[in-house]
Design a protein around this ligand. Structure first.
Ligand SMILES: [Zn+2]
Length: 349
């Protein structure tokens, strides 16, 4: 996650005929109340199966593995370093063991060294063999850390969440829509991995992506519960039409785990290239350098007046920086959200 809003990139505008999602807007930064229509969509069997099957203990095993990788490679997993390449191998191995076909598409990048020399980055992509091939429900996290630290919460927690969900879902689930998992490189150098990924797709293949859910920091020690999608005054902050429904479903799933989230605007992470492509987006993130309010501490626990993550972008973003309870809420909610859209037959979802 990057603290400051990123300069916008050249737009890849596409006309997404037929994907107009009817949205209910909510007051800015307020606790989310479900618009009747969407919240009333009952959870199908896959939602219940997957939210019941995922385990925060197994997600912690993935975080331990990423910590070990950082310890063996100079304390970080930054793009362009051996620590990142070892992270690519680890994620690829877990997905292949779970039965997925895995691709490792490359992209051109700059900024890996002081000379800003052009280099090649790697993303990891895996998707189900079942589900309609022209209707892709996508979820992503970034695999790179900052050079200063191992990035176990930022964004090892997102990576571990996706690996646990993918492993429980399997490569051939009973779904209507194809489910695609993305592990992007170079988020910390300006979302170059996610941007490179979308740039590499044909217009037709981009149009098959019906929605994207970004997961960036979901296990901070003093973490909050925030969802993105539909909050804001323009597409950059609220997302394209349809994004509020994704934010709503994620909020409903978080509420089912026992916490009431707040809505916040997008701040220019890996969902930004998807927004620029006109793809509806949602986001899950628990806050970074900002301070938890008294009301939030009352509602969610933790310390008021303290950073959500005191180790943000530093060397102490290690395994002992992880709040397993926050991770557990997001893990189950994201499993439910993904299953909801993977089994949706509604043209508008
Ligand atoms: Zn991040």
């Amino acid at each position: 996650m990057i603290a400051t809003r990123r300069p916008t990139r050249p737009r890849i505008r596409l006309a997404f005929a037929g994907i107009s999602l009817i949205l209910a807007s909510t007051a800015c930064g307020s606790a989310r109340q479900s618009p009747e229509s969407d919240a009333k969509v009952p959870d199908g069997p896959l939602v219940q199966q997957l939210t019941g099957a995922v385990s925060d203990a197994r997600a912690m095993d993935h975080l331990q593995a990423l910590q070990k990788i950082a310890d063996q490679h100079g304390g970080n997993r930054a793009s362009g370093t051996p620590g990142y390449e070892a992270s690519v191998e680890y994620v690829t191995g877990v997905l292949r063991d779970a039965g997925f076909d895995v691709s490792i598409p490359t992209y051109q990048v700059s900024g890996h060294d002081d000379e800003d020399a052009p280099a090649t980055g790697r993303n990891v992509i895996a998707q189900t063999r079942t589900g309609h091939p022209d209707r892709v429900v996508m979820i992503g996290a970034h695999l790179d850390s900052v050079p200063k630290g191992p990035g176990i919460v930022d964004d090892g927690s997102g990576v571990a969440t996706l690996l646990e969900i993918a492993t429980r879902l399997g490569a051939e689930p009973a779904v209507q829509n194809t489910v695609r998992f993305a592990f992007f490189g170079d988020e910390e150098t300006g979302s170059q991995g996610s941007n490179g990924y979308l740039q590499s797709l044909s217009t037709d293949d981009r149009q098959k992506i019906k929605l994207y859910v970004n997961v960036d920091m979901v296990a901070s020690p003093n973490g909050g519960y925030f969802v993105q999608g539909g909050e804001g005054t323009d597409e950059e902050t609220a997302g394209p039409a349809g994004s509020a429904t994704i934010g709503q479903v994620l909020a409903d799933q978080l509420a089912k785990t026992g916490v009431t989230p707040e809505s916040i605007e997008f701040v220019g992470d890996d969902e930004a290239p998807f927004i620029e492509a006109g793809i509806p987006v949602g986001g899950a993130e628990n806050g970074d350098r900002k301070k938890k309010t008294t009301e939030q501490a009352k509602a969610w626990g933790g310390q008021a007046g303290q950073d959500y993550d005191r180790c943000y972008h530093t060397a102490c973003d290690r395994i002992d920086n992880v709040n397993q309870d926050v991770l557990n809420h997001y893990l189950r909610a994201l499993a439910g959200t993904l299953a909801h859209f993977a089994t949706s037959t509604n043209e508008r979802h």
